[in-house]
Design a protein around this ligand. Structure first.
Ligand code: BF8
Ligand code: SF4
Length: 686
């Protein structure tokens, strides 16, 4: 407060008392003006008539594929109550046919001479300004990769600010849980100063703000050969803020109108994602919350327990979800036991470090509420479908938004601040516990299928630790020897979202199983891990059903050396930001064999990708040299030149390329052929 009683703000940079309005105040101002929350308050919101007309008929399951019974039952249950779900709504673009406007990426809204839609449906070749399909597609892709990269950059920023607060003593609710990792980061990043945590946090914040040099994490984590290649191509980024700002500028009307030039920005922003987003986020999370180790838990929507108070953490940042788990554990005498379970990547974060059960993937978030047994769904940022608030209005469930960057109209907003983490987490948990009395037991329907058993926690440190039990002096040797001997044909990282445009998890499951059968070691992250867990692919089953003999023998040997009955056939490496861990593994293997990542028998795949984040992570993977399979084209098919560049030309530049295939069987064949070709080139048996 100032001397006149007006509220003032103390900025983090030390500017005291200035009256600038920041985002938190903006929320208060809009609420006071009666702007926020008007649209849903007091109204029951069902699907519109045109929404209702959309098909609720289920397509026939592909031959040999058994749909997930839990998902199917909850979809039916929702439909009986006239609740529409993401599966019902479909794409809303009228130009959704291949070759036309929206899906082909040739709709432009970059200025008010438009909108301009090119393509066969409209018959136009140029926008009003003369922009070609190549330019419009390239600008759109730059925009999407920027959106993805900025999500991970903001994730890293939240971690850096929290770590800085812990380092200076301003934030007392968190501590350094992995000092060895902090030491390694401090050294690897070339930090100075006595306060190691402060130095690491400030290095990250500097990477986000600077517009010179290269990000410190890029210098630390990317191998030397990659750095030289990217430098030669002119795609080394400076700092995240500068690159993101320039990308927004370049795509403004009348700035960059050269497809190839714009495409270099796509590649550069992929690197921004990797080294200003993914890597720093993972590393600082490990420092603050601990580096994951093997952990056992359960997966499926049936981890929601009708006898308990159910709290769902949903979103991405463990800064929030770790505290919710703690507050629930410490809650004084709840009327019933509290059951915290996770959705999306924050689910993966608290599974990896705390063994919290996985309730479901992004596309199942509405279904969790449809169980009728969820007292609160606590969300922060990313992949949170606004429709959860509509679904929640049919039940007692409270949707609690917590992040100043992400509100949902009609939801309860309890703002989370790391400075008051414990107090606010307790308040949020209390809100959930108090809400239990509003639960209508006759509306509860949790499908009667037991959750699947899962084992997770495959950080690089854990993988090396497990391998060192086989060969303490040279831990990577057992992995490399088995790759060379073709017991492990190759390594494929299957990651990313789950699409609602197929039977739930169909592409993930078919692809993963096909690769396992051919002795490919499958590692993965993100929503893939939910599907894999739900369908038994993260279960440490000593019979290893469906796994090729070579891979089975390796998994058995490593399990035996570690004194556990079995390892899961697929290794769950964490949330989407933890794709950084996969680069560390690939660099280690490439370094051992003294080859480039693009020479290795490896590939990446996001067979059901949805988000902009998935596109930017995919671009980063291509930059690393990986053939990167995606299960659909990212709105670029309106430019043949761009398609050629992304799926072919780029390989000559960075060694990796995109490969687009919707059918998981065909994708498996192509990925296996790619792996075999790489093996042959390395003179390894096929
Ligand atoms: O970052 S896999 S739907 S939850 S974007 Fe989102 Fe896709 Fe899930 Fe995590 Ni990743
Ligand atoms: Fe149309 Fe060009 Fe404006 Fe885009 S920038 S809306 S193509 S006139």
């Amino acid at each position: 407060m100032d001397e006149k009683g007006n509220e003032t703000i103390n900025h983090a940079d030390g500017c005291k008392g200035c009256k600038a309005v920041n985002r938190r105040d903006f929320l208060k101002v809009t609420a006071a003006a009666g702007v926020a929350g008007l649209m849903l308050d007091g109204k029951e919101v069902f699907a519109s008539e045109s929404d209702k007309k959309r098909s609720k008929s289920k397509p026939k399951a592909p031959e040999g594929f058994t749909p997930d019974p839990i998902t199917e039952k909850l979809i039916d249950h929702a439909h009986k109550q006239n609740i529409d779900l993401v599966w019902d709504r479909k794409s809303h673009c009228e130009f959704s046919e291949e070759g036309n406007g929206g899906i082909a990426g040739v709709c432009c809204f970059h200025c008010n001479m438009g909108p301009c839609t090119l393509g066969e449906a409209m018959g136009y070749e140029y926008g009003a300004c003369g922009a070609t399909a190549d330019t419009i597609v390239a600008r759109g892709l730059v925009g999407r990769v920027t959106g993805g990269a900025s999500s991970h950059v903001e994730h890293a920023r939240a971690l850096a600010k929290t770590l800085k607060g812990v380092a200076t003593g301003e934030i007392k609710a968190y501590e350094i849980r992995d000092p060895a990792k902090l030491d390694a980061l401090y050294k690897g990043l070339g930090c100075n100063g006595k306060n190691k945590a402060l130095a690491v946090a400030e290095t990250c914040l500097s990477d986000l703000g600077k517009d010179h040099g290269v990000p410190a994490w890029l210098g630390f984590k990317a191998n030397a050969e990659r750095q030289v290649t990217w430098k030669k191509l002119g795609i080394l980024p400076t700092g995240a803020g500068a690159e993101i700002s320039q990308a927004c500028h370049r795509t403004h009307m009348g700035v960059d109108a050269d497809m190839v030039h714009l495409a270099t920005d796509v590649l550069k922003l992929g690197l921004v994602d990797g080294y200003c987003g993914l890597h720093p986020a993972t590393d600082m999370q490990d420092v603050l919350f601990g580096t994951p180790k093997l952990v056992s838990s359960l997966a499926n929507l049936s981890v929601i327990d009708k006898e308990k108070i159910n709290i769902i953490v949903h979103g991405h940042e463990p800064i929030l979800s770790e505290k919710i788990v703690e507050a629930a554990e410490k809650y004084p005498t709840p009327p019933r036991p509290i059951n915290v379970v996770g959705i999306c990547c924050t689910g993966n974060e608290v599974l990896m470090r705390k063994g919290v059960p996985l309730a479901g993937s992004m596309v199942q978030q509405e279904l969790a509420i449809v169980t009728g047994a969820v007292e609160a769904m606590i969300v922060d940022v990313q992949c949170i479908m606004p429709n959860i608030q509509r679904v929640a209005q049919h039940f007692h469930t409270k949707i609690i938004t917590t992040n100043p960057q992400a509100k949902i109209t009609g939801a309860t907003h309890i703002e989370f601040e790391p400075e008051k983490a414990d107090e606010i987490a307790q308040k949020i948990v209390k809100t959930a516990v108090d809400n239990y009395q509003r639960r209508k037991q006759n509306k509860v329907m949790i499908p009667d299928h037991p959750p699947a058993k899962i084992m997770a926690g495959f950080s690089v440190e854990q993988i090396i630790g497990a391998l060192s039990k086989v060969n303490a002096a040279d831990p990577l040797k057992p992995l490399i020897d088995n790759i060379v001997a073709n017991n492990i044909r190759g390594i494929v990282a299957i990651v990313g979202c789950v699409t609602p445009w197929d039977h739930y998890g169909y592409r993930h499951l078919v692809l993963t199983k096909a690769l396992l059968a051919q002795n490919v070691l499958v590692v993965g992250t993100g929503c893939w891990a939910h599907v894999a867990g739900q369908r038994g692919l993260l279960e440490p089953n000593p019979d290893y059903p469906g796994v090729g003999d070579g891979l089975k023998a390796v998994l058995k040997a490593v399990a035996k050396a570690n004194g556990v009955p079995a390892l899961p056939p697929c290794w769950h490496m964490g949330s989407c930001v933890d794709n950084s861990r996969i680069e560390d593994v690939l660099n280690a293997v490439a370094g051992y064999l003294k080859v480039k990542i693009s020479d290795l028998p490896v590939a990446a795949s996001a067979p059901e990708f949805i988000t902009e984040k998935a596109v930017s992570i995919g671009t980063w993977a291509v930059n690393l040299g990986a053939m990167t399979h995606i299960g659909g084209q990212p709105y670029v098919s309106g430019s043949e030149n761009m398609v050629k560049l992304l799926t072919d030309g780029v390989e000559g530049l960075v060694g990796g390329k995109f490969y687009v295939e919707t059918d998981p069987n065909r994708a498996a064949e192509t990925i296996l052929a790619h792996i075999n070709a790489k093996r042959t080139k390395l003179s390894l048996p096929v």
